[in-house]
Design a protein around this ligand. Structure first.
Ligand SMILES: Nc1nc2c(ncn2[C@@H]2O[C@H](COP(=O)(O)OP(=O)(O)O)[C@@H](O)[C@H]2O)c(=O)[nH]1
Ligand SMILES: [Mg+2]
Length: 315
């Protein structure tokens, strides 16, 4: 498919075109820049939601139940799964796979997993670009399912407008969330598996921890804590209600724009760094480095000064 075919077909929600376009951005293929440029005028419709939390918390179950709810309200949904343990990417129980197949048969649902390919560098950025493609395709919601374990996974939260952190009742999860940085990225918390013991205690623990963080700034959003039992489809309406409340809050306060500005600011920074890195180490600079290194070894020049010279050199 040529770029112009892609650009015609993506807004028609052509699955093959969408899949191809995401592969292009995922692999940094040369068409990426032109593709995103052509799609840019179509962006801005989709609301982007992050569902993150430890493995096994019920993120995939929640995501598929939320998707069904959104579909019942007539909305279209795209899911990007960045999760090595996800049903979307395999390694799941049979029941989960059947459930996902069920929703992905639906014309109004698109499911895509993104590989971590060993290094996670740039994955957050790529997830954002993939979401842009799905936004251009006209989906009402783009949901990112990510395992919140490392910094790079946490970064993916920045690609979302609203991030829900999913935990389970077992004691210690709240403390774990605090340690792992999940607390900072949560717009609200979901205590899933609340059919198990300790759900109310977990809600109280989280609420207490959160109360210490309140700064009483004007327009402050205090992350709510809700309970769900995804496997029994309980609490999903409330999950959707919280997404909508947070969306309304962001819109009212202007924070939606500042969040999106921040997202693009980071993306531009990242791209500039990548471009500089590629352009900087040309043959002549590499040669200059090799020549001058001898002086560094002889202590006639510091590596600091050599770096400065390389940057200053117009090669
Ligand atoms: N008891 C109970 N089990 C659940 C609930 N939600 C999900 N599960 C189960 O927990 C397991 C992990 O769920 P999954 O959605 O794959 O978790 P993920 O790794 O966070 O995506 C699956 O066997 C689910 O069926 C729940 O609310 N209660
Ligand atoms: Mg999962």
């Amino acid at each position: 498919m040529t770029n112009s075919e892609l650009i015609t077909r993506i807004p028609q929600r052509d699955r093959r075109a969408i899949a191809r376009a995401i592969t292009i951005v995922e692999n940094d293929m040369p068409e990426t820049g032109a593709l995103l440029r052509e799609l840019a005028p179509r962006l801005g419709h989709a609301y982007r939601v992050g569902i993150t939390g430890p493995p096994g918390a019920g993120k995939s179950t929640l995501t598929s139940e939320l998707t069904k709810l959104l579909r019942s309200k007539g909305m279209t949904v795209a899911i990007i799964a960045v999760d090595p343990t996800s049903p979307f990417t395999g390694g799941a129980l049979l029941g989960d796979r059947i459930r996902m197949q069920e929703i992905s048969m639906d014309e109004g649902v698109y499911v895509r997993s993104m590989a971590t390919r060993g290094s996670l560098g740039g994955l957050a950025a790529k997830a954002k670009d993939a979401a842009d493609i799905l936004d251009a395709a006209g989906f009402d919601y783009v949901i990112f399912e990510t395992v919140g374990v490392g910094q790079s996974e946490l970064d993916i939260a920045k690609a979302a407008d609203t991030t829900a952190v999913v935990l389970v009742p077992e004691s210690g999860d709240a403390v774990q969330a605090m340690k792992s940085g999940l607390m900072e990225i949560a717009d609200f918390f979901v205590v899933n598996k609340s059919d198990r013991e300790g759900a109310d205690q977990a809600v109280r623990a989280l609420t207490t921890i959160l109360s210490f963080r309140i700064t009483h700034k004007e327009d402050e959003w205090i992350p709510p804590v809700i309970k769900t039992t995804a496997s029994k489809n309980e609490g999903i309406e409330q999950l959707f209600a919280k997404i909508e409340e947070h969306h309304a809050h962001l819109t009212k306060t202007g924070h939606l724009i500042s969040r999106r500005l921040e997202r693009e600011r980071e993306r531009v920074h990242e791209l500039v760094e990548a471009m500089l890195r590629v352009d900087f180490w040309n043959t002549r600079r590499r040669a200059m480095l090799e020549t001058e290194l001898v002086q560094v070894i002889k202590h006639e020049k510091t590596s600091f000064d050599l770096a400065r010279e390389l940057v200053a050199a117009s090669l």
